[in-house]
Structure formats: structure tokens, C-alpha cells
Ligand binder design. Structure first.
Ligand code: AMP
Length: 280
């Protein structure tokens, strides 16, 4: 496994690969969710490149950039075990030289949900992902449904800007009790870890209501909110039932709907989602 710290080193190692390249961008502190993406990339491509970069431009002033968990040694050992060919781990000045002036922006899809709560977040995401795509030149790139808005925004960006790669969305990996894996879960103290189950429980409730024939988005939203509000450690940021293509809030659920939520439990702000009307 090669480790590239500069763009020049990455390009030099990339040149030596033959055939298709699967790319998995991450911010490190890896868990089974990340590794599932690496495994899918491994299964579908001749080579695999992963990146570890905690991207400063996608964090707002009140976000947890400096507190974001890091463990590079462990990450590298895990990536090596999955037969990753190259790991790209630049420092911020390598990706953002002081004279840089360009941003990539996706309109509309980024207005609500995470975009509504974290102004500027997606501009940071789409800019860094574009830069990584241009540097790595992957055949396919892998993103988790866990961050569903991010994955859809990147898919749209790749399509709109004629990027020469496939953007693949992979299923959310959960702990055995249902909590979606996240690097930020490390900050949950035991009582909060238990309280954090309320996200998954509320999604199950939405699924159950939908399966019983409920099609009013507002009624499902309200039931979810009531359930979450019973958990004193949970503080709702948003509970959304939206169109899977436009991410606009729905009144009535048709064929499909994206149910997503952001809830603060203790320090971390946790995300989760499911798609109603889809066979999983
Ligand atoms: P991050 O390091 O949090 O930026 O995540 C890197 C990639 O891993 C993103 O595409 C995430 O959506 C994906 N990811 C994070 N957690 C999970 C999970 N529990 N299951 C599947 N993919 C995940």
C-alpha cells in the first residue's frame, strides 16, 4: 500500500495503476461503514484509492473541525487489510493554497436539510470532492447512504458537470442495535449511546406507519418528533420527509420518500435516514 501526502506523489502512484480505479474519499477515523465502501470498490475495480482528509472548508465556525477524531495509524492498518492500493492523505495547505479562489456550488439540492443547518457546508464538500476527483481520476467513486444528501449532491454535480466517473451510493452500515456507524459516535458517553437509538427507532416508526398505509408526511413527521421528544438527551435539528430527487418536503407520500433526520445527542449531531417505498 502506497501512501501519498502530496498531489504530485498521488499522481505518480496513480500513473502506475492499470485498469479501473475505485475511489473512497473519507475524513478518517474509519469504521465498518467506511470499510464497506472500500470492499465494494475492491470488488468492482482493478485498484482502490482511499483518501483521508478532514476538510476544513466544510466545517462552519461552530462545527467540530478541531475536535474531529483522528487516528491515522489505525486507519492505515485497516485500509491495508482491505488491500487498498494507495492512500492519499494531504495536509490542508496542499489542498488549499492561500491563492486559491475557486469553488464548486450545486444549487437547490443543497438548500435544505444539512445545507439549511450548516450554511456553506456543501460548498466545501463539492469543492473538495471535485478537487479529489480531478487529482485521483477514478473510474468509480463510492459514497454512503448514511450521508444521503451529500451522496445525491455529488451524483448531481458529477452529472451536471460531465465528470467522467460513476458515483455509487452504498447502504448504511449499522451497529447490531441499529445505530448508524459514524466517526462521531466515539463522543457519545454510555447514556447518550443508549439515547442515540432514538434516531433508528423513529425511522422504524416511519417505516411501520408507511407499511400500514399512512401516506401523510405531516402525520409521520409528527409521530417521529413525539417519539424523539420523549428522549430527554435528544435535541432535534430537523426531521424531514422529502422527495428523493428534489429533496423538497412532501405533504403526501407517493411512490417513494426520503425520511432523514439530524439530532444532537450530547456533543455530537447525528444523522440517519431511510427511503420509504424502496425494497432494501
Ligand atoms: P466521512 O469520513 O464521515 O466523511 O465518511 C466518508 C464516507 O463514508 C462517506 O461517503 C460516508 O457517507 C460514508 N459512511 C460514513 N458512515 C457510514 C455508514 N455507517 N455506512 C455507510 N457509509 C458510511
Amino acid at each position: 500500500m502506497k501512501i501519498a501526502k502530496t498531489i504530485a506523489e498521488l499522481k505518480e502512484s496513480r500513473r502506475q495503476l492499470q485498469g479501473s480505479v475505485g475511489f473512497v474519499p473519507t475524513m478518517g477515523f474509519l469504521h465498518e461503514g467506511h470499510l464497506s465502501l472500500v470492499r465494494q470498490a475492491r470488488a468492482e475495480n482493478a485498484s482502490v484509492i482511499a483518501s483521508i482528509f478532514v476538510n476544513p472548508t466544510q466545517f462552519g465556525p461552530n462545527d467540530d473541525f478541531s475536535a474531529y477524531p483522528r487516528d491515522t495509524e489505525r486507519d492505515l492498518a485497516l485500509l491495508k487489510k482491505e488491500s487498498t492500493d494507495i492512500v492519499f492523505m494531504p495536509e490542508p495547505p496542499e489542498m488549499y493554497p492561500p491563492n486559491a479562489r475557486s469553488w464548486v456550488v450545486v444549487d437547490g439540492l443543497t438548500d435544505g436539510l444539512e445545507g439549511g443547518s450548516r450554511p456553506g457546508h456543501f460548498r466545501g464538500v463539492t469543492t473538495i470532492v471535485t478537487k479529489l476527483f480531478n487529482i485521483v481520476e477514478p473510474t468509480r467513486s463510492y459514497f454512503g447512504q448514511k450521508d444521503v444528501q451529500q451522496a445525491l449532491v455529488i451524483q448531481k454535480m458529477a452529472q451536471d458537470l460531465n465528470m467522467n466517473l460513476e458515483v455509487i451510493i452504498c447502504p448504511t452500515v449499522r451497529e447490531t442495535d441499529g445505530l448508524a456507524m459514524s466517526s462521531r459516535n466515539v463522543y457519545l458517553v454510555p447514556e447518550e449511546r443508549q439515547a442515540a437509538l432514538v434516531l433508528f427507532q423513529s425511522l422504524n416508526l416511519a417505516q411501520q406507519l408507511y407499511s400500514n398505509g399512512e401516506r401523510s408526511a405531516e402525520r409521520i413527521r409528527r409521530e417521529m418528533i413525539t417519539l424523539i421528544e420523549h428522549e430527554p438527551r435528544a435535541e432535534i435539528d430537523y426531521v424531514s420527509i422529502a422527495d428523493t430527487a428534489t429533496l423538497k418536503e412532501l405533504d403526501k407520500i407517493g411512490e417513494k420518500a426520503l425520511v432523514s433526520l439530524a439530532v444532537k445527542v450530547g456533543k455530537p449531531r447525528l444523522l440517519d435516514n431511510i427511503v420509504l417505498g424502496e425494497l432494501i
